[in-house]
Structures are given as C-alpha cells and as structure tokens.
Write a protein that binds this ligand. Structure first.
Ligand SMILES: Nc1nc2c(ncn2[C@@H]2O[C@H](COP(=O)(O)OP(=O)(O)O)[C@@H](O)[C@H]2O)c(=O)[nH]1
Ligand SMILES: [Mg+2]
Length: 307
C-alpha cells in the first residue's frame, strides 16, 4: 500500500443561515381581525363559562396575555385589573384568580381565564396534586395555595362535587420566547407533569409563546415577519421538544405591554391564538360530555355558573 495521499481538506465552512426564511412556515391573514372577532362573538358554548387555565413561570407574560386578549376583544386600551407586575419574581402569592372578558357594549364573553401564580416559587411552589384538583374543578377562585400541603376537603375554597363549568377545558402554558432556552429544568419538569395530568384527562393543551419581539430583532421591527423568522421557528421547536407539545399547538405572540394605542397586527396574532383556544375548549366539552349527557350521567343544563 502506501502512495502519497494529501491531508483531507476541511469542509468549507457553511454560510451562516439567514435569519429570515424565504417562505413562511404558517400562513397568516393579517386582514382577518374582524372575521375572528365575529367568530368569537358568535361562539355558542355548551357550558358557561369555558374555563381556560394559564400557567407558566413568573414573568412569562400571563397577565399581559390576559390583558392583550381583553384589549383585542374590546378594541381599546383597558385598565389592568391584574396583579402588579412589579411583584414578579418577588414575594408573589401562590394563588388562582379568574378573569372575565368584557364584551363591547356590555356583558361578558362565555369564557374566562384562570391564572395560576407561583408555579416555581423558591419554596417549592404549588404542588402538582393541587393543580390536578384545579383541572378537575375542585379548587375555587381566590384560593391561596400552600407549598407545604395540598388543599383539604374542609377548606371553604374546596368544591366537593364540581360541575362541568368548574373544570378546566383548555390548559395554556405561557412561556417567554426569549427565556425558554434558559428555563430551569425543574420548571420544565413541573410543566411536563402538569401536561401529563391534562393529557390523562383529555384536556386540550397549547403553548402561548410570548415576547417574540424580544427574542427576534426582525420581528421586533415588523411583526408580520413572525412566521418568516428562523429564530422564532427555533424557539417554537424548542418549546415543542421541551414540553412534548405538537408544533401546531404552539402560538407565538407579542403581548401589549407598554403600548397605549392598538396595533392590528398584535391583535391578529393574539386573536388567532384565542380563537383556537376557545374552540379547543368547546370541542373538549362537546366530545367528553355530550356522550355523558346522552347516557344520562350528567346534565349540561345544570352547568351554567356565575363564578
Ligand atoms: N417585550 C415584551 N414584553 C412583554 C411581553 N409580554 C409581557 N412582557 C413584559 O414581561 C413582564 C412580565 O409580564 P407579566 O404579564 O406580568 O408576567 P406574569 O408574571 O406571567 O403574569 C412585564 O414587564 C411585561 O411588560 C411581550 O410580548 N413582549
Ligand atoms: Mg401575572
């Protein structure tokens, strides 16, 4: 053998991938705001209210998302009835608070958002068992969680026989696109366990990925580039991988957080997420409970509650 052979040449370094993709990876009709609003307004629910549970790390944008939905629905600025964001990361309480969504011209939409605060508090945060009880409707609004123990059935906020309207009909994990990579493994683990509980109960589960403007400069300059951004696509894939949620159940959004005036593009991404969330919640109620009603094991009419 032998013979002269030259050193293999190192492969030419691949050019850095462009931050902007040539084609979008999800179509958006930036002019369909009014259509979505009409769809949500005309929604007929089997149960009232549909209950959407938000959970996620402190500072991920839960309160801002609720505010943004309210603002997109009303078409005007709203006074934030939410907790002070200055409390984020500090001595926040471990609690559950439910928010109704006002309708233009009076009344409320037939869905509510329950916001669980304190998922990953230093002292251990809310126990998984308590979150299961929230999912199944045993824990009423305003309960303050105890990180050292779960709720007992003698607690005033414990509902022994929850109705369908007390249960959670869609679980929404809120994660911030700019922080997903450095999220602590223990928080991811807790969120995965909660997902597992929801899956066992067949409750639909989506991720709302906030702060796309902070995660990608291109999107910060122009929100319409949202689905052309390589960075945002990577963040969506990363959250899908970390929580085990299919890509098509992940909604990147920019929340209203400092703006005073409305922005139709912000409204569109928020409303696209909302439309799917309320439809998933409604589908769940129809699928799981209509059969029970048919079997006579439960009566939907009894399931309207003014919370
Ligand atoms: N740039 C940007 N900031 C956001 C967005 N959503 C929330 N924030 C900011 O993130 C911080 C935490 O948000 P908040 O809704 O209070 O988080 P929560 O603890 O999950 O309820 C606030 O200072 C918001 O102004 C977003 O989409 N973009
Ligand atoms: Mg909050």
């Amino acid at each position: 053998m032998g013979g002269k052979h030259s050193e293999p040449k190192p492969p030419p370094s691949a050019p850095a991938p462009l931050p902007e993709l040539n084609t979008h990876w999800r179509p958006v009709n930036w002019r369909e705001k009014e259509e979505i609003l009409k769809e949500v307004r005309d929604l007929k629910t089997k149960v009232e209210p549909l209950r959407i549970l938000l959970h996620g790390p402190a500072g991920a944008g839960k309160s801002c998302f609720i505010n943004s939905v309210q603002r997109a629905l009303l078409g005007r600025n709203v006074i934030s009835a939410l907790e002070n964001s200055a409390d984020v990361g500090q001595s926040f309480t471990l609690s559950i608070k439910t928010h109704k969504m006002k309708k233009h011209g009076g009344g409320h939409y037939p869905f509510v958002f329950s916001d669980i605060m304190g998922l990953e508090a230093e002292n251990g945060g809310i126990q998984i068992e308590d979150i299961s009880k929230v999912l199944s409707g045993h824990i009423l609004d305003g309960y303050t969680f105890n990180p050292r123990g779960t709720i007992t059935d003698t607690d005033l906020k414990y509902k022994k026989c929850p109705k369908i309207c007390d249960e959670v009909h869609c679980l929404v994990s809120i994660l911030s696109a700019d922080a997903i990579t450095r999220l602590h493994e223990s928080v991811i683990e807790k969120m995965r366990t909660i997902r597992q509980k929801a899956v066992e109960m067949k409750i639909p589960h989506v991720i709302v990925l906030t702060k796309v403007d902070k995660a990608c400069e291109i999107v910060n300059k122009d929100l319409k580039k949202l689905y052309y951004s390589r960075k945002i696509k990577q963040k969506v894939e990363e959250s899908s991988h970390k929580l085990g949620i299919p890509l098509n159940n992940i909604y990147p959004v920019k929340n209203y957080h400092a703006e005073i005036t409305g922005d139709t593009n912000v409204d569109v991404v928020i409303l696209m997420a909302l439309r799917d969330i309320v439809n998933f919640a409604n589908d769940y109620v129809e699928d799981v409970y209509e059969s029970k009603v048919e079997q006579g094991t439960c009566r939907l009419k009894e399931n309207y509650r003014d919370f």
